[in-house]
Ligand binder design. Structure first.
Ligand code: CAA
Length: 388
């Protein structure tokens, strides 16, 4: 990313922000998370409140009506939201980490003036449209096309697994502009700013997912979508690189989400193990359970420390491609492990939908998959090791 336009919070200010986020998340989001998970109802009211509080503009500078947080403060807030409901956290994370980051880094003054205040207020929730049915891990294989039509663009294609694509006011769409030579791969891809309601944009069916069930994941069909020249973001042919740069930040958002899910599983396990008696003894007093809790707490702390380190490095302007990959890789596998232990501690109850750890276990899984699978993170980290 080119410039650092955010404010770096001082410790006291950061602590107050995170406490406020925790209070809000625990009182306004957590109590209804299980019900939303059951009904798949989108968190519409919660989004409205989050918009009023400015959470959709956490990484947007104050000049564009955002809160101008630094990366560390932002990720600490994402952890709080994810500890309450990961389905809510993912929308805030994708919106801030990916489209906002791309606009800040590569948008023209006009594009920033037009979109960022609306995004900061939560009026235009933004989605990131990179993946396609045949282009997941191999993102450069994407087939959506943007063809020149005089001074305009004509966009066609279908995007898959778009988080909150059903309610997005802005879609950042990666499409092939070098339509003659698909072998140019990453070099022939450009990024476009597509208003959610543009003619020819059709929202496909919502996926029936294992977890994050109240966050709608949809396909987006783009059928002869006419776009003006102002919709091209940055330079033609650079869209793939912009998307990869943004994913560095997106992967930190997923790391924070994983830490939040794991922390919630640990907190539930601590409470439950103190209350639950077997053999006339609270199960926390059995060493088998103590060891599990100790390992869970250690891994949550390690995941958080790695995420903080990556955030601090990013806030000093360093490239964090590999560190973000490490934070996501470790955080997501840690969350899967910690939530598995939590289900085990809850025993039969842990397997039941009536108890919260079952949802946390399901919500954790996708952190190992989206915004680059664990296997892709290992490729990114491994490549970096040889270029240092
Ligand atoms: N920062 C800056 N530039 C980068 C970069 C980064 N992090 N990563 C790659 N690039 C650049 C490369 O330097 C290269 O540029 P040059 O040709 O000028 O050198 C160009 O991008 C192409 O890179 P690669 O040759 O490495 O491309 P590749 O085809 O081999 O793919 C990959 C690399 C890492 C495997 C990439 O395809 C990848 O990350 N795949 C996973 C995709 C992914 O994360 N998808 C998630 C979608 S979002 C989502 O999950 C939905 C949601 O809503 C949550």
């Amino acid at each position: 990313m080119s410039t650092i336009e955010f404010l770096v919070q001082n410790e006291e200010e950061r602590r107050e922000i995170v406490e406020m986020a925790r209070d809000f998340a625990q009182t306004e989001i957590a109590p209804t998370a299980a019900e939303r998970d059951r009904t798949k109802a989108p968190p519409t009211e919660e989004f409205a409140k989050l918009g009023e509080l400015g959470f959709f503009g956490m990484l947007i500078p104050e000049a564009y009506e955002g809160l101008g947080f630094d990366t560390l403060t932002y990720l600490m807030v994402i952890e709080e939201l994810a500890a309450a409901d990961a389905s809510v956290a993912i929308t805030i994370s994708v919106h801030n980490s990916l489209p906002v980051a791309m606009l800040l880094a590569h948008g023209s003054d006009e594009q920033k003036q037009h979109w960022l205040p609306r995004m900061a207020r939560g009026e235009a929730i933004a989605a990131f449209c990179l993946s396609e049915a045949d282009a997941g891990s191999d993102a450069a294989r994407l087939r959506a096309q943007a063809e020149r039509d005089g001074s305009e663009w004509m966009l066609n294609g279908t995007k898959s697994w778009v988080s909150h694509g059903d309610c997005a006011g802005l879609l950042v769409v990666m499409a092939r502009t070098d339509t003659q030579d698909a072998r140019r791969g990453p070099k022939g891809i450009s990024a476009f700013l597509v208003p959610g309601g543009a003619a020819g944009v059709e929202v496909g069916k919502a996926e029936d997912k294992m977890g994050l069930r109240s966050s709608q994941t949809v396909s987006i069909n783009l059928s002869s979508v006419k776009l003006g020249p102002e919709s091209l973001l940055g330079a033609e042919g650079s869209g793939f690189i912009y998307a990869m740069q943004a994913l560095d930040q997106g992967r930190l958002g997923v790391a924070a989400q994983a830490v939040g899910i794991a922390r919630a599983a640990l907190e539930h396990s601590l409470r439950y193990s103190a209350e639950r008696k077997q053999f006339d003894t609270p199960i926390k007093d059995f060493q088998a359970i103590q060891f599990k809790l100790a390992d869970m707490a250690t891994r949550v702390a390690a995941g958080r420390a790695l995420m903080y380190e990556a955030a601090r490095q990013k806030d000093t302007g360093r490239d964090v491609t590999e560190l973000a990959g490490m934070a996501k890789l470790y955080g997501s596998e840690m969350a899967m492990w910690v939530t598995t232990q939590a289900v085990q501690i809850f025993g039969g109850y842990g397997y039941m939908r009536d108890y919260p750890v079952e949802r946390l276990f399901r919500d954790a899984k996708v952190t190992e998959i989206y915004e680059g699978t664990s296997e892709i993170q290992r490729i990114v980290i491994g490549r970096g090791l040889h270029t240092e």
